[in-house]
Design a protein around this ligand. Structure first.
Ligand code: IPE
Ligand code: IPE
Ligand code: MG
Length: 246
């Protein structure tokens, strides 16, 4: 049975904003003596049904880590394969996103991409802009350090007279790539590592962190349901004391 806001009967039983570090594609392929590229294809094929599951469960926003600022350091052929996959994914998935009212946004330093990739991103963002369903952020050439630095620099550009020391945390949040979106509630990392790898560093301040050994191409609806059930048991104190202890 699917966990939903209604079934659990509590507002926060399901994350409003879910982020996923989709890790383990390469190992999934290597275990099968297949090229790593095929692991990435298998992994991408997982996304649509999980987004549909999130929509049914009442998640408002999903942020997927698809390519980090550090992933450029991989062998050239793997980087090329990932770029080709991203273009193919956007071409193939855009009709389904539009049909499902999904709003697509790319997060990251997009100027590093070829014009082919940038055009696809702009098209998907534009065509889905007025959808009113789930917001899907795909983080590409994204790094949490880049996001914070970019936010500070943009703020300073817009407030040339203001001393930097007047910048407050709440104001900085409005300059991050996730501005205007719900706070991050749950971050899932597949693939067995217990680290954030420069994903949403600022946004993860009070997110619940869920690590699983399951490799991303094997992460199905049941696995996501298990993560949601775990999330529903968390006591989120945000630095305060438990209500029952006061
Ligand atoms: C995650 O899978 C996808 C990207 C980083 C693009 P990996 O390619 O990191 O898979 P492993 O960690 O090598 O198994
Ligand atoms: C994080 O995975 C980036 C993505 C899933 C896109 P990595 O595989 O790049 O992370 P590390 O190198 O294990 O920390
Ligand atoms: Mg990895």
């Amino acid at each position: 049975m699917q966990v939903t806001q209604e079934k659990i009967g509590q507002h926060r039983a399901i994350p409003l904003h879910l982020a996923i570090i989709m890790d383990g594609n390469g190992r999934w392929a290597q275990q099968r003596h297949m090229p790593r590229r095929l692991g990435h294809y298998k992994g991408a094929a997982r996304v649509r049904s999980l987004i549909e599951y999130c929509t049914r469960a009442g998640v408002q926003c999903v942020t997927l880590f698809a390519f980090s600022t550090e992933n450029w350091q991989r062998p050239e052929d793997e980087v090329q394969a990932l770029m080709a996959l991203f273009v193919e994914y956007l071409d193939k998935e855009l009709p389904a996103m539009l049909a499902n009212q999904v709003r697509f946004r790319a997060l990251g330093a997009l100027d590093r991409f070829s014009s082919e990739v940038r055009e696809r991103i702009e098209k998907a963002q534009k065509q889905s802009a007025n959808n009113h369903g789930l917001l899907l952020n795909v983080a590409v050439n994204y790094g949490g350090r880049w996001d914070i630095l970019n936010a500070v620099q943009t703020w300073q550009d817009e407030h040339p007279q203001a001393p930097l020391r007047t910048l407050q945390p709440e104001a900085l949040s409005d300059y991050l790539s996730t501005r205007g979106q719900p706070d991050l509630d749950l971050m899932i990392r597949t693939g067995g590592e217990s680290r954030i790898s420069n994903f949403l560093l600022w946004q993860a301040a009070y997110a619940e962190l869920y690590f699983t050994d399951t490799l991303w191409p094997d992460f199905d609806e049941k696995a996501l349901q298990a993560a949601f059930e775990w999330f529903a048991t968390r006591d989120r104190r945000f630095g305060q004391v438990q209500k029952s202890a006061i």
